[in-house]
Design a protein around this ligand. Structure first.
Ligand code: SF4
Length: 276
């Protein structure tokens, strides 16, 4: 089942694929920490099978937990698994794992063209160095359908991965107490970047028990039997529907209180802005 699933994704990824990266592109998306690439456990399993490397080792060497601005409300941050930057799979000749790279790498930038987000991304300073965003990208109808299918699969995989690791499909935290904490170290700074919050996550949030048992869970996926059991949950339509609903409309946010994370009821409203 696992190989068939990944083969299906690989076929979708090359469907009418005509996009060539511009010659003057030096792969900023693969290098810049500010350009977040979320990876799911399914991405790690795909890489694990292709590279014959345990999932736990890929996790330790290529990823870290980090934050992203919550697209539902900028006061909050979403916790996710990020690809390490500069990406260790980047070589002079390009991506070393081209045929089995994370789905978010496959989708960029054509999917953003399909959903009309490319012009908005091009205006953001962080994407200044992306020649591929400067003009319209031609995407055939068939390719558009294939990428939309991959995006749906990617959403399900992210929801299930977060649920497996953190017990909920969307871990959202209030940035205000975190900013207070950061201000203790840098009194003069008024606003903080996602990278500042990531540093705090590495240094302080670990003491809250947030990541207790994470490595044990990931190590389970080093065995074929556990991989298959994890995959079988993708077929549980009720579970997946409920995770996707909770991901789209989270009702719990966490707040740092001393060295505890307190869950609080909140209904997050979708603002007009969207993020990548
Ligand atoms: S996996 Fe490949 S495409 Fe994705 S960030 Fe790394 S080098 Fe770039």
């Amino acid at each position: 089942m696992i190989e068939r699933y990944f083969q299906y994704q690989a076929d979708l990824a090359v469907t009418e694929s005509n996009m060539l990266c511009p010659e003057d592109c030096n792969a900023p998306g693969c290098q810049m920490a500010d350009v977040i690439v979320e990876v799911s456990l399914f991405d790690l399993i795909r890489l694990s099978l292709a590279l014959n490397t345990p999932v736990s080792s890929l996790f330790l060497n290529h990823c870290h937990f980090g934050f992203q601005s919550c697209e539902l409300n900028r006061r909050y941050l979403s916790l996710l698994l990020k690809l390490e930057k500069p990406c260790h799979f980047l070589q002079k000749s390009g991506c070393k794992v081209q045929g089995f790279k994370p789905l978010n790498c496959v989708l960029f930038p054509e999917y953003h063209q399909i959903i009309d987000l490319r012009p908005e991304l091009a205006k953001r300073p962080v994407f200044n160095r992306f020649p591929c965003l400067k003009s319209e990208i031609a995407v055939s109808n068939q390719r558009s359908q294939a990428l939309k299918k991959l995006k749906k699969m990617s959403k399900r995989e992210e929801a299930l991965s977060r649920y497996f690791l953190l017990g909920i499909p969307s871990f959202i935290i209030d940035s205000k107490p975190l900013a207070k904490q950061l201000k203790r170290y840098s009194m003069k700074i008024k606003s903080f970047t996602v990278r500042d919050y990531d540093r705090l996550l590495k240094e302080e949030l670990k003491t809250t028990g947030l990541f207790d048992g994470i490595m044990d869970k990931i190590a389970l996926l080093d065995t074929r039997r556990q991989m298959e059991s994890f995959f079988s949950q993708l077929e549980d339509k009720t579970l997946i529907r409920s995770l996707l609903e909770k991901m789209a409309r989270p009702e719990i946010v966490f707040r740092l209180d001393g060295n505890r994370l307190k869950p609080m009821k909140r209904h997050l409203q979708r603002p007009e802005i969207t993020s990548m």
